[in-house]
Ligand binder design. Structure first.
Ligand code: ADP
Ligand code: MG
Length: 464
């Protein structure tokens, strides 16, 4: 470890000569510690997520180049936030001797670490949902089965559901929490029953779902119209509930309003407790922005409350958009070296800000591109940044091609405009992406299903 630390220090000494003193001070003055060295990576601790992001985007390559000159071994830097280090240490402390079981690895991969009760802000619109979620988390396997949380998109359903999972795991790491979107469930079922060797697959399907102690099913509305999958889900649901296992379900509508959904299933959903998350009032929106700010910059008091209030006046009915706007504003001001003022909001959020406060913006194409990107990213478990990045990793390229294909064939958006929105790609690479998906759709059932699911998600999102 000493050696790794010494390498980092030497690298910084060289690097200091290469960038402006103020950038160095801002980004690297507190980056003085190394967490571990593993598989050729030296993990350097960075205080904030925001700094980590900037270091990775702007400076990692240069730092690795310097490192190459300092050691004959192949090593590279990776950056890790203090929060991530704490989390990893806590996980190790719970079970220091045993390497994580397969099951635990699944948890750490599927439950997003940022969605916890601790960072869920509570107001009038979500108080009941929060309280019920806490209740279920504190007493799994008993009180309310299922807990059914419904509400519009971007209001915190997934956040709350994930928080339940974390809370239960914090108290008992052995609990087998299975988190799944209903699309994923349908996909797993499809694979289990359609592959060349169904016996194996159906077995792993049952192993995955029927052994759950807690089953979290996100966005159940995507089982609408899928009668066969509903049948299978019904069996699973019944079997878990009969064993007193907790089931939590989220949906964009109350159970009674689910269309083409088996009556049996709907009435089962009504057995437990149903709770609505409504649109947040101004107070809650500002509180959410305050809490997000803590993760974005070193000194949140640099951003006047008027800025938070002004941004929250524009984005009134989707917390995801609200958060995204704040992130964009902060990044823009930091990168352009602008003060955090109300006046700079319009410039920083050019193209994102609705024309009127509280209204959707009316630039149809930009809105479509945003919705399609968001839905593809969400579906593929990627970020929008991944879609526009230059990476050619297979999964990223596939998702990017899906988005391009949908924009072109479903909404008729021009190749150039699509290219501009996906990391300034030229029209031929867009056309290549569109062709690629088109040819996959000839004989690849998974791609077909992905396209169908994403199309549904998009049309739902556009109706909001
Ligand atoms: P949904 O599943 O309802 O579409 P999400 O749970 O994905 O919405 O929430 C969208 C974003 O808004 C997430 O980043 C989430 O952390 C954030 N969010 C929603 N509600 C709250 C809240 N009450 N406090 C803090 N963040 C919230
Ligand atoms: Mg969700």
């Amino acid at each position: 470890m000493d050696e790794a630390l010494a390498l980092w220090q030497k690298t910084l000494d060289v690097f200091k000569q290469e960038i402006s003193p103020s950038d160095f001070e801002d980004l690297f003055s507190e980056v003085t510690d190394v967490y571990k060295e593993e598989n050729g990576y030296i993990y350097v601790i960075v205080p904030l997520q925001f700094n980590k992001y900037r270091i990775e985007v702007f400076y990692r390559e240069a730092l690795n180049e310097i490192l190459k000159t300092l050691t004959p071994e192949t090593k590279k830097f990776k950056f890790i936030t203090k929060e991530e280090v704490e989390k990893e240490k806590a996980e190790k402390k719970i079970n220091p001797l045993i390497t994580p079981t397969e099951q635990q690895q699944v948890h750490s991969r599927t439950l997003s670490p940022i969605y916890t009760f601790k960072n869920f802000e509570v107001g009038e619109s979500n108080r009941a949902a929060f309280l019920y979620a806490m209740k279920v988390a504190e007493t799994p396997q008993k009180l309310y089965n299922p807990l059914y949380i419904f509400g519009d998109v971007g209001l915190g359903k997934t956040h709350l559901m994930t928080a339940i999972g974390h809370y239960i795991l914090d108290n008992n790491i052995e609990t087998n929490i299975v988190y799944v979107t209903s699309q994923q469930f349908a996909h797993d079922y499809f694979l289990a029953t359609n592959s060349k060797n169904p016996a194996n697959n159906i077995e792993s399907f049952y192993n995955k779902y029927h052994n759950a102690d807690v089953l979290l099913v996100d966005d159940i509305q995507f089982l609408e119209n899928k009668i066969q999958t509903q049948e299978e889900f019904f069996k699973l649901f019944d079997s878990l509930v009969n064993q007193n296992k907790q089931v939590v379900i989220t949906s964009d509508k109350p159970a009674n309003e689910l269309k083409n959904m088996m009556e049996r299933l709907k009435s089962r959903f009504n057995w437990g407790l149903s709770v609505n998350i409504k649109t947040p009032d101004k107070n809650l929106r500002v509180n959410i922005l305050k809490s997000k700010l803590l993760t974005l910059i070193k000194d949140p008091s640099d951003v006047p409350i008027e800025v938070l209030e002004e941004i929250s006046d524009y984005f009134t009915n989707n917390i995801r958009d609200l958060e995204g706007a704040l992130r964009t504003y902060i990044t823009y001001c930091v990168c352009m070296n602008l003060p955090f003022t109300v006046e700079n909001i319009k410039e920083a959020l050019d193209g994102i800000l609705p024309k009127q406060k509280g209204e959707q913006k009316d630039d149809k194409n930009a809105n479509l591109i945003m919705v399609v990107s968001e839905e593809v990213a969400k579906y593929c478990h990627l970020s929008i940044k991944d879609l526009t990045s230059s990476s050619r990793k297979q999964q990223l390229a596939y998702a990017r091609h899906l988005a391009m294909y949908l924009l072109r064939t479903e909404y008729g958006i021009g190749l150039e405009e699509i290219g501009d929105s996906f990391g300034q790609r030229d029209h031929s690479s867009v056309s290549h992406g569109v062709d690629k998906i088109e040819s996959m759709l000839q004989d690849n059932n998974m791609a077909k299903m992905d396209v169908e699911n994403i199309k549904k998600n998009i049309s739902k999102a556009l109706k909001k």
